[in-house]
Design a protein around this ligand. Structure first.
Ligand code: NAP
Length: 209
């Protein structure tokens, strides 16, 4: 069994999720931030790639929730690059770091799952997370991680907030980066609804199978 997986991110009106030097840019409106807070609260786990940890150093917690109420934070970190000082390792929520089998790094405040030889195998990882009680998983980014989930055909729902700004730059990350195409004909989405939230728009899709 696998968790229900929702990818959520925010992009500019030109389709970028950060600056071309990977610095964080505020894209979400206050109304969208409230929505993301509710979504995090309703999720059993929140997952990011290590690129997001090194670029943004996020907490990935919900303000006001205690250790056991917060979703479990999960970091895909094949080679163990998460610094010991990263905020995802603070004591505000449980943390799981996922590495390759060959990685020997440990973190005192995290549970470590070692899976895969060359790349982290997302299918068996999802089975493991489900068995640990993570029935709903929010994938927050960044672009390489989101792309890996789409390529593995694991995404159930995709919500993307389009903010009222342009970021520009051909090297700026987008919601689905990584090597190669996601699929020869693209991955087909069904638009469920859209909603104005402040000066931007939330697009809500399910993935067609
Ligand atoms: N606007 C938004 O909503 C939003 C949200 C989150 C992040 N961001 C932005 O996104 C940017 C970071 O994105 P990113 O694409 O550079 O990084 P990322 O997706 O956060 O992390 C990528 C790294 O995670 C590891 N990884 C991911 N999937 C893997 C898999 N299946 N198997 C093995 N390793 C895997 C790899 O680590 P190794 O490199 O060690 O191999 C990979 O390089 C930042 O600029 C951040 O600000 C924006």
């Amino acid at each position: 069994m696998k968790p229900y997986i929702q990818v959520n991110c925010a992009m500019s009106a030109d389709g970028k999720i950060a600056g071309d030097d990977r610095t964080q840019v505020t894209i979400s409106s206050p109304e969208d931030k409230e929505r993301v807070k509710r979504l995090r609260k309703d999720s059993d786990g929140i997952l990011v790639g290590v690129g997001t940890v090194t670029a943004d150093n996020p907490h990935l917690t919900v303000k006001g929730l205690g250790y056991d109420e917060n979703p479990v934070r999960i970091v895909l970190d094949p080679r163990g690059r998460t610094p010991d000082s990263a905020l995802v390792l603070d004591n505000r929520a449980p943390t799981v770091i996922v590495t390759l089998e060959s990685c020997e790094k440990t973190w005192p405040d995290a549970t470590v799952i070692r899976i895969g030889r060359e790349t982290i195998d997302l299918e068996p990882l999802m089975d493991k997370l489900y068995a640990m009680g993570i029935k709903t998983l929010m994938v927050e980014g960044g672009g390489e991680t989101i792309s890996a989930f789409f390529k593995a055909n694991l995404v159930n729902r995709y919500t993307v907030y389009v903010g009222n700004l342009l970021i520009g730059g051909k090297d700026a990350p987008t919601p689905a980066d990584g090597k190669g195409w996601l699929a020869a004909d693209g991955i087909k989405l069904t638009l469920n609804c859209f909603e104005r939230l402040g000066d931007g728009v939330l697009l809500d899709y399910t993935v067609s199978r």
